[in-house]
Structure formats: C-alpha cells, structure tokens
Design a protein around this ligand. Structure first.
Ligand code: ADP
Ligand code: MG
Length: 609
C-alpha cells in the first residue's frame, strides 16, 4: 500500500481550523463578522472562562433557511460568492466559507436560526465536526450560535491558550474594535456574567468611542474628514491622550478592521511636531477606498493590509489628520513639544499629608517647599520648588504600612572623582550644563544625568526590597479598556513591585492608591506608560522587563531639556551624581556627559600641534 492517503473531511477541517481558529478571540471575530454580514443591528456576545468553555453570539440578522444550515458548516460553503469573478467585488467581510466548518471541527456547536419568511426556525448540533442532530425550533428571527469546549479534541491548541482573563481581554479587544468600526450596530459583551462593553448602535462613532474608552477619551478627540479619492472619516486624539503603544489606534478599510504600517506611519508623521518620541496618537480611522483605484490585499489572519499605491494612501491619511490637528489646535509659537511636555501637570497634586506621610507639594510650583520632617527623623528631604521640583538629597523613604521611616543606605562616598568640586560655568540652551574640573571641560546633558540618578536610586531600592510605594493623597481615577483592566488584574504583583498599587473603580476604571517615590513623578502618566509598555512587550523576560520599566519611570521623571536650572539645582544634581559608580552614561548607555581635556581644546585651536 502506498504512503499517500486522502484525509477525511473531518481531519482536513481540523487542520484548516488551525489557520482560522487560533483562540477564543478569533472564533468570536468570525462569528460576529458573520452576524454583521447577515445585516444584524444588535449583536450580543457572552463568554465564560475567557471563551474557552463557552461562547454565545446572538444576532437579529437575516437568519438561515433550513436547507442552508447544514451546508453552512461544510468547508468552502458560503452564500457570499458564487464564482471566482465575484472575488473582485466583495462587500461582505467573510467570503472564504471556512469559519463555521473550522470552528465546528474543534468544538461543540449549537446553532439556532430563523429567517423572516419562516414561522419557525432550525436548530443544529455538531460535535467535533459531526452533525448530531438537526431539528425545527421555535426562535426569533436571526441567529444564535453557542460554542462549547473549544479545542476539546486538539490538545496541542488547547495548551497554547493563555489564562482565561487574558483570553477574555483579547475577546473584548476584538469586540471593541469591531464595535468602533460599526457604530450603527449595538454590541454587548458579557464575560462570566458581567458586562464589559455595551455600545448604543446609534450610528455615531464618537458615542462608540465613549462606550469603549470612557468619557475622558471621548471628550479629547478631534473629528477627521476628507472626501478625496480616498474617503476618510473618524477621530484622532489630542496629544494629551497619546499612549506609549499603538493599542489605541484602530483602522478600518471598507469597514474591515486592518493593520497597516503605511497608515500608522502617516499618523506618526502628522503628529510629529505634536508628540514626543515613542508616543502614539489615539485614532479611529475609517478609510473608504475603491478597490478599482487602489488594490488592497489583506493577509487573512494577521489582518495586515498592503496597497498597490502606498504613496496615495499615506498622503491621504497624513493630510486629513494633519488638517484636523491644525484646525483644532492653536499653533503654538513656542515649540509645540514644550507646551505638552507634562500634559497632566495640572492634575498632579500631592496634598500635604497627614502625620508620617511624606509631603511633596508639587502643586505649588514656583515656591520653595522644604524640610518636611517625618516623625522625629532628623534627616530631611530638601525640595527645590520651581517647576522641576528637583529633589536632591533624598535620604528617607516613607512608605505606607511601614512603622518607621525606612532609611535608604546613604552613599556619601564620592566614587567618581571630584564632580562635586567642579566649577559650574553655567547652562547652555537650557539643556546642557558646563563644568570645569581641573584640566577638563565637562558638558553634561541635564536630562540624561538626572535620569541616571533617579534610575539608580529606584533600582537600588527595588533590589534591596526597600518599599518604594508612597500613598497618593489625591485621587487618580483612570478609565481603561476592558482588556487593560484584565491585564492589570492579572499583573497587580508586577505593578506593586514597581510601587503602583490600584483597585478597581466602578466597572471601567481603576483608582491609583500608590506610586513609586521618585522625583517629580506624575503618577497617571508614568502608570499609563508602564501599562502600555508591559502590554505591548509581552514581557517574556521578567528581569529585563522590570529594568526597562524602571528606566521608563526614570525617563518620565527626570528633568527635561529646555529647562532652566539655577546654580543650586545644578550643584545638588552633581552631588547625587557623584556617588554613582558611573555618572557619565544614562541608563541606556548614552553619554550623560562629554569630557574635553584642556590639551584637546588647545589642539583644536591649534595652540599646540
Ligand atoms: P463565510 O462567512 O466566509 O461565507 P462562514 O463559514 O463564516 O463563511 O459562514 C458560512 C455561511 O453561513 C455564510 O456564507 C452565511 O451564509 C451563513 N452564516 C453564517 N453565520 C451566519 C449568521 N449569523 N447569520 C446568517 N447566516 C450566517
Ligand atoms: Mg464568515
């Protein structure tokens, strides 16, 4: 007997399932897209255990005739195309006719459906690809499908699933995106009985943004509109609500949710003078492109889209977004980056604390707050006022719950030569400090230097398990997406180690209780930065991830360039730098100071040859 056999249909469906059905979120995506293709205006999704044990999708679409029900589950069965020619002109989202067959091959399915023409509907049960029964059933017009025990017969796939909360997060992410692209449809998602998302379906995309991201985001978006060859509608966020990952960028082409490097780089470009590096604008963009003009290719599962004319797409997006930004924002005569440097500054205020709570009153910019004594401790925290709220001689850290102030080991020994004895010549461009030390000229980048100081300090405290959390005395409520909330629920330990403790607040927010004690830290900004970083990095390597996290805290916290520092502030910075092993590089290895020797200068000026 030969070695080659033809796989039976069940087996080949199971294999095909590997391509379409990766996890609960991909099942939900296929099912919801079918509901949309069937013209539903209300779609309800229920999941249990992240969708692994149970997914139910209910719609009020056209439904199916009895004859079509069985066929729908066969591979390559679709009502959406008849011939290869039809591929040129597809208005529906699905057309490959693979989803139902693939899903049914790896789960137990129960589907009930009725069209408006029929007085009664049909119900079908399929297990691992085998039809168990088909019978008439009383039901409303539309389709309800229940998927149980996903991957029960493909253990290898099952093993790849993440924790239920993570799977639920991915389901809510995909539903959120689809909901954003279909504001005319009301979506409701419940997970283990609690409602994660409910959109009004009133046709208004901004209302959907409100439902998905909360009111804080919805009030901070600008409308985008362009009616050229490529039609563009949607919303982009004010620079203030930009995030450290692209999670809050959603793009639809002809109503299909896609990913596109060309479009995201056009967004970056449009925002380039409005945002700092590594910040990504909030965006929900709908492009309508006639496939006859621009050929569009979508990778089926990755949703990555390619265009035959990338330039045209790039320009269309760039101009539409840029125009929206320019018409909405007063162009600032000063550097735009400057004015958004600390967008949440106004909300940040550490109110003078009760007994034993250390006080840093950042709200009183411009005043000189100092010498806040904690209990009887003699050590003092000296705070320089001014907008920087530089804090140089940190010697105590008081944390919530600890009976006594915790002393951080003092490293007064000057390890790096004579930095503290250097003559301060001045500051140039409000960014670089010029020092003279013996026969050397030192040019120091104030941001890199301060970043290093904060980084080393935090890192040491975390490594020595000195608690770094300090209770926040004012309220920081952060509205987040269901996916972000799930993530925070799971990773509470990771955040706690970095000084952030939080609790759920209502159904769509968390309230920050603590933040790490570090110079001039803006809890909201730094917390969101870390959330985005962790969520987008996947965090495989814990050690490196937390090192990177500490670096990010330091970077956000350190004094920026373009900030005037007076001599006292410079002096204090030098003192803190001086005790570090290597004060001359920033945590990422960029130089924080450049040395030029007298000899070098003399050579440059050809005093000596
Ligand atoms: P495709 O969507 O690519 O056509 P599917 O396997 O997802 O393939 O679905 C097969 C067919 O089943 C669809 O073409 C459609 O006719 C029918 N169908 C699936 N889901 C629904 C639904 N919710 N309402 C009405 N018809 C549906
Ligand atoms: Mg489909």
């Amino acid at each position: 007997m030969g070695n080659i056999i033809i796989l039976d249909e069940n087996t080949s469906n199971k294999i095909a399932a590997g391509e379409v059905v990766e996890r609960p979120a991909s099942v939900v995506k296929e099912l919801v897209e079918n509901s949309l293709d069937a013209g539903a205006s209300v779609i309800t999704v229920e999941i249990r255990n992240g969708g692994v044990s149970y997914i139910k999708v209910m719609d009020n679409g056209t439904g199916m005739e009895e004859d079509d029900v069985v066929i729908a589950f066969e591979r390559h069965s679709t009502s959406k195309i008849r011939h290869a020619d039809d591929l040129e002109n597809i208005s529906t989202i699905g057309f490959r006719g693979e989803a139902l067959a693939s899903i049914a091959a790896v789960s137990s399915v129960q589907l009930t459906t009725r069209t408006g023409k029929n007085p009664h509907g049909t119900s079908i049960e399929i297990q691992g690809g085998n039809v168990i029964n088909v019978k008439p059933s009383g039901c409303p017009v539309g389709t309800t499908i229940i998927i149980r025990d996903l991957f029960f017969n493909t253990p290898a796939r099952f093993k790849f699933l993440k924790k239920d909360t993570a799977e639920a997060g991915m389901v809510s992410d995909i539903i959120s995106r689809i909901a954003l692209g279909n504001p005319q449809v009301s979506f409701k998602l419940t997970s283990n009985g609690s409602v994660l998302l409910h959109t009004p379906g009133n046709g208004d995309q901004k209302s959907t943004i409100f439902s998905v991201y909360g009111k804080d985001t919805a009030k901070d978006v600008y409308e985008v509109k362009a009616d050229e060859r490529i039609k563009l509608t949607g919303f982009v966020g004010k620079p203030e609500i930009a995030r450290a990952s692209r999670n809050h960028q959603t793009i639809f082409i002809n109503r299909r949710f896609v990913r596109s490097k060309i479009i995201t780089s056009a967004l970056d470009e449009a925002y380039s003078t409005f945002l700092m590096k590594n910040k990504y604008a909030f965006a929900v963009l709908n492009l309508e492109i006639n496939p006859a003009i621009v050929d569009i290719n979508v990778h089926p599962s990755k949703m990555e889209v390619k265009f035959s004319n990338e330039q045209e797409v790039f320009k269309a997006v760039y101009h539409a977004v840029h125009n929206a930004l320019l018409s909405q924002t007063q162009i600032r005569s000063a550097s735009p980056a400057e004015s958004i440097k600390n967008p949440y500054r106004m909300e940040t205020s550490f109110v003078k604390p009760e007994y034993r709570q250390q006080s840093i009153d950042y709200s009183k910019s411009g005043t000189f707050e100092e010498d806040i004594l904690v209990k009887e401790t003699e050590k003092k925290i000296e705070l320089k006022g001014d907008d920087n709220s530089f804090e140089f001689e940190k010697q105590i850290v008081v944390t919530q719950g600890s009976e006594e102030p915790v002393l951080v080991e003092e490293k007064q020994e000057n390890r790096s030569g004579l930095l503290t004895d250097a003559k301060i010549v001045g500051q140039v461009f409000n960014t670089y400090i010029i020092l003279q030390q013996d026969e050397e000229l030192l040019l120091m980048d104030q941001h890199a230097a301060h970043e290093r100081v904060v980084y080393e300090d935090l890192k040491e405290r975390i490594e020595k398990s000195v608690p770094i959390a300090q209770t926040l005395m004012s309220t920081f409520v952060l509205e987040l997406t269901p996916q972000e909330l799930k993530y925070l629920e799971e990773e509470a330990g990771t955040f706690a180690r970095l000084g952030f403790e939080y609790e759920p607040f209502g159904s769509n927010a968390v309230i920050l209780r603590t933040a790490p004690y570090a110079d001039d830290l803006n809890p909201r900004e730094v917390f969101l930065e870390l959330l985005d970083f962790f969520m987008s990095s996947g965090r495989t390597d814990k050690k490196n991830a937390s090192d990177e996290a500490i670096y990010r805290i330091a970077c956000k916290t350190a004094v920026k360039g373009n900030k005037r520092l007076d001599e006292l502030e410079i002096k204090k910075l030098l003192q803190r730098l001086a005790v570090l092993e290597n004060p001359y590089t920033c945590p990422h290895g960029r130089p924080s100071a450049i040395k030029i020797s007298r000899y070098g200068l003399e050579k440059m000026f050809k005093r000596i040859v």
